[in-house]
Design a binder for this molecule. Structure first.
Ligand code: MF3
Ligand code: CO
Length: 257
C-alpha cells in the first residue's frame, strides 16, 4: 500500500481534474441519439489535447478511452454503435494519466425521462458512494467502507455487485488495496494517512449476480435489470476524507440530486 506526499497529491488532483473536465465535455454533448463511439472519440481527443493519455486504452487490451455501460451493463461496456435513448441510464467511466499520475472515476447519467424506480436506483448508488466516503478516514478499516455502502443499498432494496471492487490509485490505475462495496464493520485492512483510493459502488436493481459478456469485458446483470455506478477518488488523512475527483464540470442538468 502506497502513501502519497503532498506533492504527489497535487499531481493526482491535476489528473483527477482532467478526468472531471472530460466528463464535463461529455455532459455537453450527451443526448438521445448520440452513439457511444462518438462520445468515446470526443473524450479521447479532449484528454490528448490537454496533454493527457487515456488510461483505459490498451489496459490489458481494452480498446477504448471510456467505459460506457448502459442499463443492464454494470461496468466495462465498450463504446461501439450503441445508441443512447430516452429512459436509459448511462455510466461513463473515464481514466487519464497526466504528469505520471492517474485519474479514474465515473458518473451515471439519466437520459430523461427515466422510470421512477430506475431514478431511485441511481440516486441510491450516488448516496451510497458518499456513505462509503464518510468512512474513509485514518483508523477505520476497509470493511467499514463496504459495510456502510452495503447497509445503505440493501435498506433501499437494491443489491451490491461482488465481483468488481474499488482500488488504490496513483502512478498506476489499480494499486493495492482492493476496496469492496460490501463488508463487515471493523474488518479488513487499516486505512492509513496518505492513501489514495477509488470507491466505486456498482449497484443492481435486481439480484447481485453478474455475467461476463463474450467480448471479454462487458459485465451485465444476470437478470438484465438495470445497474448504476459512481466512482470518486479519495485521499485518506487524519481528519476527514478529501475527494480529489470532481463532478463540478458536469452540466447542472445531469445533477442526480
Ligand atoms: N474504473 C474502472 C476500474 O477501476 C476502469 C477500468 S476499465 C478498463 O476498473 F477498461 F480499463 F479496465
Ligand atoms: Co476504478
Amino acid at each position: 500500500m502506497i502513501i502519497r506526499d503532498v506533492e504527489e497529491l497535487e499531481l493526482i488532483k491535476k489528473s483527477a481534474d482532467l478526468v472531471g473536465k472530460t466528463l464535463g465535455e461529455i455532459s455537453k454533448i450527451l443526448k438521445p441519439g448520440i452513439i457511444a463511439s462518438e462520445i468515446d472519440k470526443i473524450a479521447e481527443e479532449f484528454i490528448r489535447d490537454n496533454g493527457g493519455i487515456p488510461a483505459f486504452k490498451n489496459y490489458n487490451g481494452y480498446p477504448s478511452t471510456l467505459c460506457i455501460s448502459i442499463n443492464d451493463v454494470v461496468v466495462h461496456g465498450i463504446p461501439k454503435n450503441q445508441v443512447i435513448k430516452e429512459g436509459d441510464i448511462v455510466s461513463i467511466d473515464c481514466g487519464a494519466f497526466l504528469n505520471g499520475y492517474c485519474g479514474d472515476y465515473a458518473y451515471t447519467f439519466m437520459i430523461e425521462p427515466v422510470d421512477e424506480k430506475i431514478r431511485k436506483l441511481v440516486i441510491t448508488t450516488y448516496e451510497a458512494l458518499y456513505k462509503g466516503i464518510e468512512q474513509a478516514v485514518v483508523g477505520n478499516r476497509i470493511g467499514d467502507i463496504g459495510f456502510a455502502i452495503q447497509l445503505y443499498v440493501e435498506r433501499n432494496g437494491f443489491s451490491v455487485v461482488r465481483e468488481l471492487v474499488g482500488h488504490g490509485i496513483g502512478k498506476t490505475m489499480h494499486e493495492y488495496p482492493q476496496i469492496p462495496n460490501y463488508g463487515k464493520k471493523g474488518k479488513g485492512y487499516l486505512l492509513e494517512d496518505g492513501m489514495v483510493i477509488c470507491i466505486e459502488p456498482m449497484i443492481n436493481m435486481g439480484k447481485k449476480e453478474v455475467i461476463f459478456g463474450n467480448d471479454g469485458w462487458t459485465v451485465l446483470t444476470k437478470d438484465h435489470k438495470p445497474s448504476a455506478h459512481f466512482e470518486h477518488m479519495i485521499w485518506i488523512n487524519q481528519k476527514k476524507p478529501v475527494i480529489l475527483s470532481t463532478y463540478n464540470y458536469i452540466d447542472e442538468k445531469w445533477k442526480v440530486k
